[in-house]
Design a protein around this ligand. Structure first.
Ligand SMILES: Cc1ncc(COP(=O)(O)O)c(C=O)c1O
Length: 399
Protein backbone atom coordinates (compact mmCIF):
# COMPACT_ATOMS: atom_id res chain seq x y z
CA UNK A 1 0.00 0.00 0.00
CA UNK A 2 1.47 3.36 -0.95
CA UNK A 3 0.41 6.86 -0.04
CA UNK A 4 -0.45 7.52 -3.67
CA UNK A 5 -3.48 6.12 -5.45
CA UNK A 6 -2.70 5.32 -9.07
CA UNK A 7 -5.86 3.23 -9.46
CA UNK A 8 -8.04 6.32 -9.36
CA UNK A 9 -9.55 7.24 -12.75
CA UNK A 10 -9.39 10.92 -13.64
CA UNK A 11 -11.64 12.05 -16.48
CA UNK A 12 -9.42 13.88 -18.96
CA UNK A 13 -12.06 14.48 -21.61
CA UNK A 14 -12.84 18.11 -22.34
CA UNK A 15 -9.49 19.35 -20.96
CA UNK A 16 -7.95 20.02 -24.40
CA UNK A 17 -6.01 16.80 -23.86
CA UNK A 18 -4.18 15.68 -26.99
CA UNK A 19 -4.63 12.07 -25.93
CA UNK A 20 -8.39 12.24 -25.31
CA UNK A 21 -9.92 15.16 -27.16
CA UNK A 22 -8.62 14.90 -30.71
CA UNK A 23 -9.84 11.55 -31.97
CA UNK A 24 -12.11 12.94 -34.66
CA UNK A 25 -9.54 15.55 -35.69
CA UNK A 26 -7.02 12.76 -36.15
CA UNK A 27 -9.31 10.41 -37.98
CA UNK A 28 -9.70 7.97 -35.09
CA UNK A 29 -13.07 6.64 -33.96
CA UNK A 30 -14.42 8.47 -30.92
CA UNK A 31 -14.98 5.35 -28.83
CA UNK A 32 -11.38 4.12 -29.17
CA UNK A 33 -9.63 3.81 -25.80
CA UNK A 34 -6.63 6.18 -26.00
CA UNK A 35 -3.34 4.53 -25.05
CA UNK A 36 -1.14 6.31 -27.55
CA UNK A 37 0.86 9.53 -26.99
CA UNK A 38 3.35 9.33 -24.11
CA UNK A 39 1.70 11.17 -21.29
CA UNK A 40 0.15 9.63 -18.19
CA UNK A 41 -3.40 9.41 -16.93
CA UNK A 42 -2.23 10.15 -13.37
CA UNK A 43 -2.24 13.55 -11.67
CA UNK A 44 1.29 14.79 -11.06
CA UNK A 45 3.04 14.57 -7.67
CA UNK A 46 1.20 16.49 -4.91
CA UNK A 47 4.28 18.66 -4.24
CA UNK A 48 4.09 19.92 -7.83
CA UNK A 49 0.40 20.75 -7.66
CA UNK A 50 0.96 22.61 -4.39
CA UNK A 51 3.78 24.70 -5.88
CA UNK A 52 1.64 25.52 -8.90
CA UNK A 53 -1.26 26.56 -6.64
CA UNK A 54 1.03 28.98 -4.85
CA UNK A 55 2.14 30.43 -8.18
CA UNK A 56 -1.46 30.82 -9.33
CA UNK A 57 -2.33 32.63 -6.11
CA UNK A 58 0.56 35.01 -6.67
CA UNK A 59 -1.25 35.98 -9.83
CA UNK A 60 1.52 37.53 -11.89
CA UNK A 61 2.79 35.55 -14.85
CA UNK A 62 5.30 37.92 -16.40
CA UNK A 63 8.55 37.06 -18.15
CA UNK A 64 10.62 34.64 -16.11
CA UNK A 65 14.17 33.38 -16.50
CA UNK A 66 16.80 31.18 -14.93
CA UNK A 67 20.26 32.46 -14.13
CA UNK A 68 21.94 29.31 -15.39
CA UNK A 69 25.42 30.49 -14.43
CA UNK A 70 24.50 30.85 -10.75
CA UNK A 71 25.13 27.65 -8.77
CA UNK A 72 23.02 29.07 -5.90
CA UNK A 73 20.00 29.53 -8.11
CA UNK A 74 17.22 27.30 -6.73
CA UNK A 75 16.19 25.96 -10.10
CA UNK A 76 19.74 25.12 -11.12
CA UNK A 77 20.34 23.58 -7.71
CA UNK A 78 17.26 21.33 -8.03
CA UNK A 79 18.38 20.02 -11.42
CA UNK A 80 21.95 19.45 -10.34
CA UNK A 81 20.85 17.58 -7.20
CA UNK A 82 18.47 15.36 -9.19
CA UNK A 83 21.19 14.32 -11.64
CA UNK A 84 23.82 13.90 -8.95
CA UNK A 85 21.67 11.82 -6.64
CA UNK A 86 19.91 9.68 -9.21
CA UNK A 87 22.52 9.29 -11.93
CA UNK A 88 25.82 10.30 -10.30
CA UNK A 89 26.13 12.95 -12.95
CA UNK A 90 27.57 16.36 -12.14
CA UNK A 91 25.98 19.08 -14.25
CA UNK A 92 27.79 22.40 -14.29
CA UNK A 93 25.44 25.39 -13.98
CA UNK A 94 26.55 27.15 -17.12
CA UNK A 95 25.85 24.06 -19.26
CA UNK A 96 22.11 24.47 -18.76
CA UNK A 97 19.85 25.76 -21.51
CA UNK A 98 16.08 25.69 -20.94
CA UNK A 99 13.92 25.00 -23.96
CA UNK A 100 10.17 24.49 -24.29
CA UNK A 101 10.61 20.84 -25.15
CA UNK A 102 13.04 18.15 -26.15
CA UNK A 103 11.82 18.02 -29.74
CA UNK A 104 12.41 21.78 -29.96
CA UNK A 105 15.96 21.17 -28.69
CA UNK A 106 16.50 18.37 -31.19
CA UNK A 107 15.60 20.74 -34.01
CA UNK A 108 18.00 23.41 -32.74
CA UNK A 109 20.73 20.76 -32.48
CA UNK A 110 20.09 19.59 -36.04
CA UNK A 111 20.39 23.18 -37.24
CA UNK A 112 23.44 23.90 -35.07
CA UNK A 113 25.44 20.78 -35.91
CA UNK A 114 24.65 20.15 -39.56
CA UNK A 115 24.16 22.02 -42.81
CA UNK A 116 21.31 21.50 -45.27
CA UNK A 117 21.94 18.27 -47.14
CA UNK A 118 24.00 16.70 -44.33
CA UNK A 119 23.00 13.34 -42.93
CA UNK A 120 21.87 12.54 -39.43
CA UNK A 121 22.12 9.05 -37.97
CA UNK A 122 19.25 7.45 -36.06
CA UNK A 123 18.38 3.93 -34.87
CA UNK A 124 14.95 2.87 -36.06
CA UNK A 125 12.45 1.89 -34.94
CA UNK A 126 12.67 5.12 -32.98
CA UNK A 127 10.55 8.01 -31.66
CA UNK A 128 9.19 9.32 -34.93
CA UNK A 129 10.00 13.07 -34.62
CA UNK A 130 13.68 12.12 -34.96
CA UNK A 131 13.13 11.15 -38.60
CA UNK A 132 10.51 13.79 -39.30
CA UNK A 133 12.48 16.75 -37.93
CA UNK A 134 15.63 15.78 -39.79
CA UNK A 135 13.62 15.76 -43.01
CA UNK A 136 11.63 18.90 -42.23
CA UNK A 137 14.88 20.75 -41.67
CA UNK A 138 16.32 19.80 -45.05
CA UNK A 139 18.73 17.13 -43.78
CA UNK A 140 18.71 13.42 -44.60
CA UNK A 141 18.00 10.73 -42.00
CA UNK A 142 20.13 7.59 -42.13
CA UNK A 143 19.07 4.69 -39.94
CA UNK A 144 21.23 2.00 -38.50
CA UNK A 145 18.25 -0.15 -37.61
CA UNK A 146 18.20 -1.96 -34.31
CA UNK A 147 18.12 -5.71 -34.53
CA UNK A 148 15.53 -7.72 -32.62
CA UNK A 149 17.29 -10.76 -31.24
CA UNK A 150 15.51 -13.15 -28.86
CA UNK A 151 12.97 -10.50 -27.95
CA UNK A 152 15.50 -7.76 -27.22
CA UNK A 153 16.76 -4.94 -29.40
CA UNK A 154 20.48 -4.82 -30.07
CA UNK A 155 22.80 -2.54 -31.98
CA UNK A 156 24.46 -3.77 -35.14
CA UNK A 157 27.78 -2.05 -34.44
CA UNK A 158 29.31 -2.90 -37.80
CA UNK A 159 26.42 -1.31 -39.60
CA UNK A 160 26.47 1.65 -37.24
CA UNK A 161 30.18 2.20 -37.79
CA UNK A 162 29.84 1.98 -41.56
CA UNK A 163 27.06 4.56 -41.54
CA UNK A 164 28.84 6.87 -39.11
CA UNK A 165 31.92 6.77 -41.35
CA UNK A 166 29.99 8.39 -44.20
CA UNK A 167 31.50 11.90 -44.32
CA UNK A 168 28.00 13.34 -44.84
CA UNK A 169 26.91 12.12 -41.37
CA UNK A 170 27.48 14.91 -38.83
CA UNK A 171 25.09 14.14 -36.00
CA UNK A 172 23.72 11.06 -34.23
CA UNK A 173 20.39 11.19 -32.39
CA UNK A 174 20.64 8.65 -29.59
CA UNK A 175 17.46 7.67 -27.76
CA UNK A 176 18.72 6.75 -24.29
CA UNK A 177 16.70 4.91 -22.97
CA UNK A 178 15.13 3.80 -26.19
CA UNK A 179 11.55 4.54 -27.20
CA UNK A 180 9.84 2.37 -28.41
CA UNK A 181 12.30 -0.53 -28.07
CA UNK A 182 12.37 -0.29 -24.26
CA UNK A 183 16.13 -0.73 -24.01
CA UNK A 184 18.16 0.84 -21.26
CA UNK A 185 21.50 0.91 -23.05
CA UNK A 186 24.38 -0.54 -21.10
CA UNK A 187 27.54 1.38 -20.38
CA UNK A 188 29.44 -0.95 -22.72
CA UNK A 189 27.05 -0.33 -25.58
CA UNK A 190 27.21 3.41 -25.04
CA UNK A 191 31.00 3.37 -24.93
CA UNK A 192 31.13 1.61 -28.29
CA UNK A 193 28.71 4.13 -29.81
CA UNK A 194 30.56 7.06 -28.28
CA UNK A 195 33.95 5.90 -29.50
CA UNK A 196 32.69 5.43 -33.05
CA UNK A 197 31.15 8.90 -33.04
CA UNK A 198 34.33 10.50 -31.72
CA UNK A 199 36.45 8.69 -34.29
CA UNK A 200 34.18 9.73 -37.14
CA UNK A 201 33.65 13.32 -36.02
CA UNK A 202 29.93 12.81 -35.39
CA UNK A 203 28.31 14.93 -32.66
CA UNK A 204 25.90 13.09 -30.35
CA UNK A 205 22.53 14.27 -29.14
CA UNK A 206 21.45 12.02 -26.29
CA UNK A 207 17.71 12.23 -25.66
CA UNK A 208 17.36 11.11 -22.04
CA UNK A 209 13.77 12.18 -21.43
CA UNK A 210 12.79 8.67 -20.28
CA UNK A 211 15.77 8.20 -17.96
CA UNK A 212 13.69 8.32 -14.77
CA UNK A 213 11.77 5.26 -15.95
CA UNK A 214 14.53 2.70 -15.92
CA UNK A 215 13.31 -0.30 -13.96
CA UNK A 216 15.10 -2.37 -11.37
CA UNK A 217 17.76 -4.64 -12.74
CA UNK A 218 18.92 -1.88 -15.09
CA UNK A 219 20.74 1.38 -14.52
CA UNK A 220 20.49 4.55 -16.52
CA UNK A 221 23.85 5.75 -17.73
CA UNK A 222 24.01 9.42 -18.71
CA UNK A 223 25.85 9.10 -22.00
CA UNK A 224 27.90 12.27 -21.48
CA UNK A 225 28.84 11.08 -18.00
CA UNK A 226 30.93 8.20 -19.29
CA UNK A 227 33.96 10.20 -20.34
CA UNK A 228 34.99 13.82 -20.63
CA UNK A 229 35.62 13.49 -24.37
CA UNK A 230 32.09 12.13 -24.82
CA UNK A 231 30.76 14.99 -22.71
CA UNK A 232 32.41 17.59 -24.91
CA UNK A 233 30.87 15.96 -27.99
CA UNK A 234 27.32 15.72 -26.64
CA UNK A 235 24.09 17.63 -26.24
CA UNK A 236 22.10 15.94 -23.45
CA UNK A 237 18.34 16.46 -23.51
CA UNK A 238 16.45 16.03 -20.26
CA UNK A 239 13.05 17.05 -18.94
CA UNK A 240 10.79 16.50 -15.95
CA UNK A 241 7.81 16.29 -18.28
CA UNK A 242 7.55 12.52 -18.85
CA UNK A 243 8.53 11.72 -15.28
CA UNK A 244 6.02 14.02 -13.61
CA UNK A 245 3.42 14.24 -16.37
CA UNK A 246 4.05 17.90 -17.16
CA UNK A 247 4.25 17.87 -20.96
CA UNK A 248 1.64 20.63 -21.24
CA UNK A 249 3.89 22.94 -19.21
CA UNK A 250 6.59 22.90 -21.86
CA UNK A 251 9.91 22.77 -20.07
CA UNK A 252 13.08 20.85 -20.78
CA UNK A 253 16.65 21.16 -19.57
CA UNK A 254 19.47 20.74 -22.04
CA UNK A 255 23.07 20.23 -20.88
CA UNK A 256 25.88 21.26 -23.23
CA UNK A 257 29.38 21.09 -21.76
CA UNK A 258 31.28 22.32 -24.80
CA UNK A 259 31.23 26.15 -24.90
CA UNK A 260 31.52 26.17 -28.70
CA UNK A 261 28.66 23.70 -29.15
CA UNK A 262 26.57 25.62 -26.63
CA UNK A 263 27.12 28.90 -28.49
CA UNK A 264 25.99 27.31 -31.75
CA UNK A 265 22.96 25.81 -30.09
CA UNK A 266 22.02 29.09 -28.39
CA UNK A 267 22.28 30.94 -31.68
CA UNK A 268 19.67 28.60 -33.17
CA UNK A 269 17.43 29.01 -30.11
CA UNK A 270 17.65 32.79 -30.63
CA UNK A 271 16.97 32.44 -34.33
CA UNK A 272 13.84 30.43 -33.52
CA UNK A 273 12.58 33.41 -31.51
CA UNK A 274 12.53 31.67 -28.14
CA UNK A 275 13.86 33.40 -25.07
CA UNK A 276 12.29 33.01 -21.62
CA UNK A 277 10.86 29.73 -20.37
CA UNK A 278 7.29 29.15 -19.21
CA UNK A 279 7.00 30.22 -15.58
CA UNK A 280 4.72 27.33 -14.65
CA UNK A 281 7.12 24.87 -16.24
CA UNK A 282 10.00 26.23 -14.16
CA UNK A 283 8.01 26.13 -10.94
CA UNK A 284 6.76 22.61 -11.57
CA UNK A 285 10.21 21.31 -12.51
CA UNK A 286 11.84 22.72 -9.42
CA UNK A 287 9.11 21.39 -7.12
CA UNK A 288 9.24 17.96 -8.74
CA UNK A 289 13.00 17.61 -8.45
CA UNK A 290 13.01 18.95 -4.90
CA UNK A 291 10.12 16.93 -3.50
CA UNK A 292 8.90 14.33 -5.99
CA UNK A 293 11.26 11.41 -5.43
CA UNK A 294 8.95 9.40 -3.16
CA UNK A 295 6.00 9.79 -5.55
CA UNK A 296 8.22 8.72 -8.44
CA UNK A 297 9.34 5.56 -6.67
CA UNK A 298 5.73 4.58 -5.98
CA UNK A 299 4.78 5.38 -9.58
CA UNK A 300 7.59 3.22 -10.95
CA UNK A 301 6.39 0.22 -8.97
CA UNK A 302 2.89 0.74 -10.33
CA UNK A 303 4.14 1.12 -13.90
CA UNK A 304 6.35 -1.94 -13.68
CA UNK A 305 3.36 -3.98 -12.51
CA UNK A 306 1.28 -2.59 -15.40
CA UNK A 307 3.98 -3.54 -17.90
CA UNK A 308 4.26 -7.03 -16.42
CA UNK A 309 0.48 -7.38 -16.58
CA UNK A 310 0.41 -6.52 -20.30
CA UNK A 311 3.30 -8.82 -21.08
CA UNK A 312 1.81 -11.76 -19.21
CA UNK A 313 -1.60 -11.13 -20.77
CA UNK A 314 -0.42 -11.21 -24.37
CA UNK A 315 1.92 -14.13 -23.73
CA UNK A 316 -0.77 -16.23 -22.10
CA UNK A 317 -3.91 -15.17 -23.89
CA UNK A 318 -3.26 -13.55 -27.26
CA UNK A 319 -1.52 -15.90 -29.65
CA UNK A 320 0.27 -14.02 -32.43
CA UNK A 321 1.29 -11.06 -30.26
CA UNK A 322 4.33 -10.83 -28.03
CA UNK A 323 5.48 -7.93 -25.91
CA UNK A 324 9.07 -6.74 -25.98
CA UNK A 325 10.32 -6.30 -22.42
CA UNK A 326 10.52 -2.70 -21.28
CA UNK A 327 13.76 -2.29 -19.39
CA UNK A 328 12.80 1.36 -19.43
CA UNK A 329 9.86 3.67 -20.32
CA UNK A 330 6.19 3.05 -19.62
CA UNK A 331 5.61 2.12 -23.25
CA UNK A 332 5.28 -1.47 -24.36
CA UNK A 333 6.18 -2.43 -27.91
CA UNK A 334 3.87 -5.16 -29.12
CA UNK A 335 5.15 -7.45 -31.83
CA UNK A 336 2.00 -8.32 -33.77
CA UNK A 337 3.70 -9.92 -36.76
CA UNK A 338 2.59 -13.36 -35.65
CA UNK A 339 -0.99 -12.43 -36.53
CA UNK A 340 0.00 -12.55 -40.19
CA UNK A 341 -1.80 -9.29 -41.06
CA UNK A 342 -0.78 -6.52 -43.43
CA UNK A 343 0.00 -3.13 -41.88
CA UNK A 344 -3.47 -1.83 -42.85
CA UNK A 345 -5.21 -4.95 -41.58
CA UNK A 346 -3.41 -4.59 -38.25
CA UNK A 347 -4.52 -0.94 -38.00
CA UNK A 348 -8.07 -2.00 -38.68
CA UNK A 349 -7.90 -4.76 -36.07
CA UNK A 350 -6.60 -2.38 -33.39
CA UNK A 351 -8.89 0.53 -34.11
CA UNK A 352 -12.09 -1.02 -35.35
CA UNK A 353 -11.83 -4.53 -33.95
CA UNK A 354 -10.37 -3.74 -30.52
CA UNK A 355 -11.47 -0.09 -30.36
CA UNK A 356 -8.04 0.95 -29.15
CA UNK A 357 -6.06 4.05 -30.06
CA UNK A 358 -2.41 2.95 -29.99
CA UNK A 359 0.63 4.26 -31.84
CA UNK A 360 1.07 2.34 -35.04
CA UNK A 361 4.52 0.82 -35.39
CA UNK A 362 4.77 2.10 -38.95
CA UNK A 363 5.34 5.69 -37.77
CA UNK A 364 8.58 4.60 -36.05
CA UNK A 365 10.13 3.55 -39.36
CA UNK A 366 9.92 0.67 -41.79
CA UNK A 367 11.27 -1.69 -39.15
CA UNK A 368 8.29 -0.78 -36.96
CA UNK A 369 5.77 -2.27 -39.35
CA UNK A 370 3.77 -5.06 -37.74
CA UNK A 371 4.22 -3.52 -34.26
CA UNK A 372 2.01 -1.39 -32.07
CA UNK A 373 3.06 0.76 -29.12
CA UNK A 374 0.86 0.79 -26.05
CA UNK A 375 1.15 3.34 -23.26
CA UNK A 376 0.84 1.63 -19.86
CA UNK A 377 0.75 4.81 -17.76
CA UNK A 378 -2.88 4.54 -16.79
CA UNK A 379 -4.91 2.90 -14.01
CA UNK A 380 -4.74 -0.88 -14.15
CA UNK A 381 -8.48 -1.22 -14.77
CA UNK A 382 -8.08 0.71 -18.04
CA UNK A 383 -5.32 -1.63 -19.17
CA UNK A 384 -7.44 -4.64 -18.24
CA UNK A 385 -10.21 -3.33 -20.45
CA UNK A 386 -7.77 -2.64 -23.28
CA UNK A 387 -6.29 -6.12 -23.14
CA UNK A 388 -9.72 -7.77 -23.08
CA UNK A 389 -10.75 -5.73 -26.12
CA UNK A 390 -7.58 -6.69 -27.96
CA UNK A 391 -8.02 -10.36 -27.15
CA UNK A 392 -11.65 -10.37 -28.32
CA UNK A 393 -10.67 -8.71 -31.59
CA UNK A 394 -7.93 -11.27 -32.22
CA UNK A 395 -10.29 -14.13 -31.38
CA UNK A 396 -12.87 -12.71 -33.79
CA UNK A 397 -10.23 -12.84 -36.55
CA UNK A 398 -10.04 -16.59 -36.21
CA UNK A 399 -13.80 -17.20 -36.38
C1 LIG B 1 12.25 9.97 -26.80
C2 LIG B 1 11.37 11.17 -26.68
N1 LIG B 1 11.89 12.39 -26.85
C3 LIG B 1 11.14 13.50 -26.74
C4 LIG B 1 9.78 13.42 -26.47
C5 LIG B 1 8.94 14.65 -26.41
O1 LIG B 1 9.56 15.65 -25.71
P1 LIG B 1 8.95 17.10 -25.64
O2 LIG B 1 7.49 16.99 -25.33
O3 LIG B 1 9.74 17.71 -24.53
O4 LIG B 1 9.21 17.75 -26.95
C6 LIG B 1 9.20 12.16 -26.29
C7 LIG B 1 7.75 12.05 -26.02
O5 LIG B 1 7.16 11.02 -26.13
C8 LIG B 1 10.01 11.01 -26.41
O6 LIG B 1 9.51 9.79 -26.24
Amino acid sequence: MTAFDFDQITDRRGTMSLKYDFARARGVREDALPLWVADMDFPTAPCVTEALHRAVDHGIFGYTDVDAGDPENDYVWAIRSWYRERFHYEVQPDWLVCTPGVVFAIVQAIRACTAPGDRVLIQQPVYYPFFDEIRLNGRTPVSSDLVLRDGRYEIDFEDFERKAADPGVKLFLLCNPHNPGGRSWTREELIRLGEICLREGVTVLSDEIHSDFVFSGHTHQVFAGIRRDFELNTITCTAPTKTFNLAGLQISNIFIASPALRRRFLREVDAAGYSQPNVMGLIACRAAYEGGAEWLEALKLYLRANIDYVRAYVDDRIPGITAIDSEATYLVWLDCRGLGLSVDELEDLVQNGARLWLDSGRIFGKSGEGFQRINCACPRSVLERAMDQLRSAVEALRK
